[in-house]
Design a binder for this molecule. Sequence first.
Ligand SMILES: CC(=O)N[C@H]1[C@@H](OP(=O)(O)OP(=O)(O)OC[C@H]2O[C@@H](n3ccc(=O)[nH]c3=O)[C@H](O)[C@@H]2O)O[C@H](CO)[C@@H](O)[C@@H]1O[C@H](C)C(=O)N[C@@H](C)C(=O)N[C@H](CCC(=O)O)C(=O)O
Ligand SMILES: Nc1ncnc2c1ncn2[C@@H]1O[C@H](COP(=O)(O)OP(=O)(O)OP(=O)(O)O)[C@@H](O)[C@H]1O
Length: 517
Amino acid sequence: MALTLDACILLLKEHHLLKSVALNDPATLNMTAIAYDSRKVTEETLFFCKGNFRPVFLTNAKEQGAVTYVAEQPISEGNGMNALIVTNVQKAMAILSAAFYDYPQDDLFIIAYTGTKGKTTAAYFTQAILQEATIQKTALFSTIDRVLGPKPEQRFKSDLTTPESLDLFHDMREAVENGMTHLVMEVSSQAYKKNRVYGLTYDVGFFLNISPDHVGPNEHPDFADYLHCKLQLLVNSRRCVINAQTQNFADVYAAAQATTNPSDIYLFAETAYQATEAVDIDFRFENLEMSLADSRFKVTAVSDRANALGVAGDYQLRLIGDFNESNATAAIIGSALAGADLKQAQQGIRQLQIPGRMETLAVPNHGQVYVDYAHNYASMKALLSFLQKEYHNSKLIVVVGSPGDKGVSRRAGFAQVLNEYANQAILTTDDPGYEDPAAIAAEIRTGIDEAKVQTTVELNRATAVEQAIEASQPGEIVVLAAKGADAYQKVRGVDTPYATDMVIAKQVAERLTKQVN
Ligand SMILES: CC(=O)N[C@H]1[C@@H](OP(=O)(O)OP(=O)(O)OC[C@H]2O[C@@H](n3ccc(=O)[nH]c3=O)[C@H](O)[C@@H]2O)O[C@H](CO)[C@@H](O)[C@@H]1O[C@H](C)C(=O)N[C@@H](C)C(=O)N[C@H](CCC(=O)O)C(=O)O
Ligand SMILES: Nc1ncnc2c1ncn2[C@@H]1O[C@H](COP(=O)(O)OP(=O)(O)OP(=O)(O)O)[C@@H](O)[C@H]1O
């Protein structure tokens, strides 16, 4: 892989991003590496100065062999290097990274998901179906992990839901080189806000849902900005699929129509749902049978073009939760648009389990434990209402905390949802970042109606899990919420190891079983 300075200049001009060029190192006009982190710089690197950048990083990059830098202002530490001064470094990084990795997106059929909730689940379902259809040639970029090939060593843990553009195009190229033909990816609102996917188009783009979240100093200034960023996915998709039951449906549909012919926009909804807008639903789904072990549901093709995709039929899921039938329906439609058939779709989703999503454990002489990644009002409501219904209003004990530095609205949301569904709450720590976890717990607590919900604070998460399980009786439910399968607590910029909720729960279960025997 390589990129010449001339090619960079041409591309930046084409995208109206170039402010000025300083040619200080005529000997190295060809770059054979690119980086935005000085610790990853090698010889002949094109280096991007972005974000909370400190000039000393450029000194380090230069010492390591960076020959050209891209920044929004000249940086004196870069004297002697070629400089490309641009109006927006994140956009420039996306454009130049795509070129450096020779446009890997052109070699992949890309299905992209956005939505406040369900992205990871729908992406996993879609990949599982397409792995059947493409015989293990489908890559996955999710919040949990990135799958770049069929071998175990080609699977990596993710840091972000949607990676930085440079990493994104790098991983796409690697996936192509590993023989992948399809890619399923999650696209966060931050990805648009930070131009991580600038210039990228998708073969199929999904809008699953939107609810208040991600508003705060480090994320979006308000809900309108959050929605605006999410809508960009539809503007950049050749075919769009929308959950007709989403909040703000009119805005969502209008965004899709801005660049996509209505004949390439598909809508889905539950069978019982009556659309308020004058739109035709293409796919309907309905539950046939729900148990705590699995669910059966039916997908019906309503329109002719939906029927032509050939995936209407009965499906079964091991991943329980009525909301997962909606996620699975999305995946079925997306996979069908990529060429999968009914049998592949049925088989793909049938056995799928996802780390930290609806994982369950029966604790002898105590309640049934659920570990789930629900971490805002809407997802907790979906989770707790489902469990309350399935367990016929049994006692519900919830362990939950809210992160620091982001998603501040979740704190009030948790209090509200606990008031609506829980009998007991143990407030604990969840990625406090630079905030005080006790203060976060106190903030959640102010909204809780303690006459209804017996509330305590236990900041040691492992102890909180233990207390909840010990407090539960057979037939009762213990929900370990919001952390999913995360094996760390983010504390003051450091990922502090944490065994995971399920590992702790299993240890507690083992101890309690021994005590009984
Ligand atoms: C606001 C934002 O997008 N922040 C991301 C961004 O930070 P940044 O560009 O300011 O980078 P930084 O870590 O402060 O460092 C500045 C620059 O100096 C470089 N550096 C640093 C140290 C050094 O020695 N040398 C050096 O060159 C860094 O590589 C970086 O390029 O780039 C970093 C990686 O380059 C990300 O880790 C960081 O994500 C933050 C921590 C984050 O977690 N953001 C969340 C809000 C996020 O994006 N979440 C969404 C999901 C939520 C949703 O659904 O919307 C996601 O997509 O994950
Ligand atoms: N369609 C849905 N509607 C409401 N809640 C959902 C839906 N799908 C999943 N959930 C809940 O949200 C949690 C997170 O699901 P998932 O990881 O699929 O969403 P996500 O969009 O990737 O979330 P995040 O952006 O927080 O990573 C699940 O554990 C479940 O409790």
